[in-house]
Design a protein around this ligand. Sequence first.
Ligand code: MOS
Length: 732
Amino acid sequence: MIKSTPVVGTPLDRVDGVAKVTGQARYAGEYPQTGLLHGSVVSSTIARGRVLGIDSTQAMRVPGVIAVLDHGHRPPISSYDDDYSDADSAEGAPFRPLFNDRVLYSGQPLALVIAETLELALYAGSLIKIKYAEEAHQTDLGACQQSHAAPAETPAPRGDFAGQFAEAPVQVDATYLTANEHHNPMEPHASTVHYKPDGTLEIHDKTQGTQNCQDYLHKVFGLPKANIRVRAAFVGGAFGSGLRPQYQLPLAVMAALHLKRSVRVSLTRQQMFTFGYRPRTEQRLRLGADANGRLLAVAHDALGQTSRFEDFTEHLVEWSGMLYQCDNVALSYRLASLDVYTPLDMRAPGAASGMIALECAMDELACATQVDPVDLRLRNFAAHNANEGKPYSSKELLACYQQGAERFGWHGRNPQPRSMRSGHRLIGWGMAGGVWEAMQMKASAKARIDARGHLTVSSATTDIGTGTYTVMTQIAADAAGVKVQDVTFMLGDSSLPNAPLQGGSFTVSSVGSAVRQACHVLRTQVLEHARNMYPQVANTPRQQITFIDGYLHAGNHRWALADIVASAPDGKFEVQIDAEPGARRQPFSTATHSAVFVEVHVDEDLGTINVTRVVSAVAAGRVINPKTARSQILGGVVWGVGMALHEAALTDHRLGRIVNHNLAEYHIPVNADCGDIEVIFVEEHDDIVNELGSKGVGEIGVVGVAAAVANAVYHATGKRIREFPITLDKVL
Ligand code: MOS
């Protein structure tokens, strides 16, 4: 029997790579349209109060300005909170753009100017005068005196934390502060609404969920879903910023419906700081351990910020109850409501921030017990997820520690802080672990093979730069037994089979399973037809029939799928299937893990920190494409370096306004800030998590990195900095 060579597992180049580097790939704000109008958003300059009046007389006098919409001048929109909810809503009353005169945060959209060109719209927007009745605001989490329990399901306490902590021979009690961070994908948010002669809308939107946006518009504007098609063929990064419909979308639709014209609304880079973000946190970690570093008690108490209208929650403290073996655990999570916009999931939401606290505290415990940080983690390894009372479907974290340490050269480390240097630069080595959930959602896919033998597979999912086009092509090619060149994968269109939001690292798991199943069913249909057509196929036992590179092989013969399909009544076969998480997952906990090793050089005189080397060892099940998967981890590591050293959206609390709202002053790592990054995927076999055995890699890369950098800074300098980002003023 002829064996096939799978494409899954090979580093296939991005199938959309050429389109992207040659500029043929269009993003939401790039679709041309005859007679397209341009909208510019006018934002609030106060953080809290009421709008008394919006004077657009001067703006309307500018030739080429068509209209100004505001809460007093706009087409009807729903007033029900529920109609503004979406698939990633926080609990509460979602923001309603241009709904009424309330100002809920600085940067809130208050008016939309529509003009013949973007430049005219921007200019006219600058002429609009808004009168406010300002009210006292609070935007500072650190100064906020009030908080309430987060509505999230925090795991219940187990054992007796207080008693065990009090009696523990070694105690760590430390508080860590993290900063607000904005996603800032390269592509700013934009929506191009094509208003068709029949009144239906075809919309190109920057989103991680075309159907989420379609559903939102359906509810907010009371339009039939059939009249709204939302597309996102290419997305220039999102990282969570496109999980909820952003306000440029309803504003563009409002204008299109009002004027019965096609309209585009793009946000400026500054306006990219006027919606969701990773929220600032204050986290207290208490670890009680025996003299050998075995954990006796763990408490993680977190405070996060949210808006006054929604309670945003993320998985901030859970990790402290599951990553390590400990019987006495207490976790708490509170929120403070401020006059700000609601936070939003950002790459590894909760884990990226929460694991900073846990993994820095573990480093402090390693120092207190004089146990090597890797050894400390080996001693506290948990084979079960005690939060859920379930074993893991797989957890090759020990291999991550071992292979990462080996590659990094960790065994050569002198544990003494300030013991390693190169000239006037102190050298520090730090490490941390990472964890993220391996989820699966319901998803559907359609597969069709035509008389040329070409396979077209589709699902409404998106590709936010992660490589979805490419990995789905690989999965489909293997499952159907055709060459990758003969596969087209279609996505980013609300009219395609249902898909969940692209987020949570669950796209491969969810959509990939649907794609695989659809292709398998399709193959069975082709086989049934071939058995009717060719006696040799009918006489060959099914187990001996294979599909390879576009041919059906039976015995010593092969038949081109193109010929088989051509002889079918319709000249094609087509199937659509709905996939859902397998029942076998139920008794298990599923998660990805990592171990991150970092070297920093710290200039003693200047306080500057350079990350010179990173090794990230990841256990995420089967890797579908080592090239795109590596890119995901590289991006995550760079982001983690940013969390550690650079990124912070800074608010002037007197104004309640973010002041560094541009890419010059909002610092992210550039090439010179990133040394050598090495990615290891450790072997991890898992036939429980899903049928592909693949857990997803979009988020695990960032988790643990910031803690590893901070721990390296401590090792270099002997200074424990618990407020992130670790800027040079804190090092000096
Ligand atoms: Mo990710 S924060 O689920 O886009």
